[in-house]
Write a protein that binds this ligand. Structure first.
Ligand code: AMP
Ligand code: MN
Ligand code: MN
Ligand code: MN
Length: 276
């Protein structure tokens, strides 16, 4: 049987549109044979997703996407095959949860100063106990007609340095990597191209990540780009990191990014699934 991996996806436990059950069902329909759910700073969707995956005879990997701090920059580290309830991981999750709530309150205050009222209450009604992300603020700004698209919400309000931007100090990279390792997981640098690092900074990051105990990096991501894949594959080999593949799926309404629609990992790169 042909194996199809998608090791980066979001559900309503953070800023995805599909519930964990719906996400697994859609992945199965798309022919995914191994799926990881990797919500932002939470493991809350994993148990339900795993049950549905078992019902559909799909392999399920417990995952998470941690927001981390590296030299004043926010990066995302995916943890694959984690033990969700592990103490050290839970500590990191709790810290993020508090930071996210405090940040959300500050973002809402900044929006209020611009005459946009009630964002936090409206968002909390939608997410319940889920993690609040800027995506929720973007959706609020769209649904209340302050902007036309989520992209515009980031460009005008939520993006780095914009009027409702609040800087946050996330968990240090090293701490997050250690927490994932302690929980038996594999730390992976998520979407390395999205940080727009120079080659020098990219190498500095991968070196620091590797030194901290990092094991892998995403080489194949949602938007197919052969040049990117080749460059990332070379970095993976240079730093002796395994390669991962993940769509970073959030919503069916983004036609460019679909579950399981991913190029194969370059043959020269060691796949992350050889580690489990
Ligand atoms: P947060 O982790 O709360 O800062 O939110 C980051 C999330 O916002 C990311 O995971 C993306 O899903 C989303 N996001 C970031 N930048 C943009 C953008 N320019 N347009 C749309 N969504 C974005
Ligand atoms: Mn997201
Ligand atoms: Mn991310
Ligand atoms: Mn993601």
């Amino acid at each position: 049987m042909i194996q199809s991996y998608d090791l980066h996806a979001h559900s309503t436990a953070s800023d995805g549109v599909l519930s964990p059950t719906e996400l697994v069902a859609r992945a199965a329909q798309n022919g995914v044979t191994t799926l990881a759910l990797t919500d932002h700073d939470t493991v809350d969707g994993l148990a339900v997703a795993k049950m549905e995956a078992e019902r559909l005879q799909m392999r399920f990997i417990n995952g998470i996407e941690l927001s981390v701090q590296w030299e004043k920059q926010c990066l995302h580290i995916v943890g694959l095959n984690i033990e969700p309830q592990h103490d050290e991981l839970q500590k990191t999750i709790k810290a993020s949860e508090i930071m996210r709530l405090e940040r959300a309150e500050k973002i809402a205050l900044k929006l209020e100063k611009k005459g946009i009222l009630g964002a936090l209450t409206a968002i909390q009604n939608v997410v319940g106990s889920g993690m609040i992300t800027r995506t929720h603020f973007a959706d609020f700004l769209v649904s209340h007609f302050h902007v036309d698209t989520p992209q515009e919400a980031f460009d005008r309000y939520l993006g780095d340095g914009k009027v409702a931007y609040v800087s946050t100090t996330w968990t240090p990279l090293e701490t997050a990597v250690l927490a994932i390792r302690a929980a038996g997981g594999i730390p992976i640098v998520a979407h390395p191209m999205r940080y727009k690092l120079t080659a020098t900074r990219m190498k500095k990051l991968l070196g620091a990540f590797k030194n901290a105990g990092g094991l892998g990096m995403e080489v194949v991501t949602g938007r197919y780009n052969p040049d990117e894949m080749r460059i990332l594959g070379n970095y993976a080999n240079q730093f002796e990191l395994v390669g991962s593949v993940g769509s970073d799926f959030h919503t069916p309404s983004n036609q460019w990014i679909e579950l399981g629609r991913l190029a194969p990992l370059p043959a020269s790169v060691k796949p992350v699934w050889e580690l489990w």
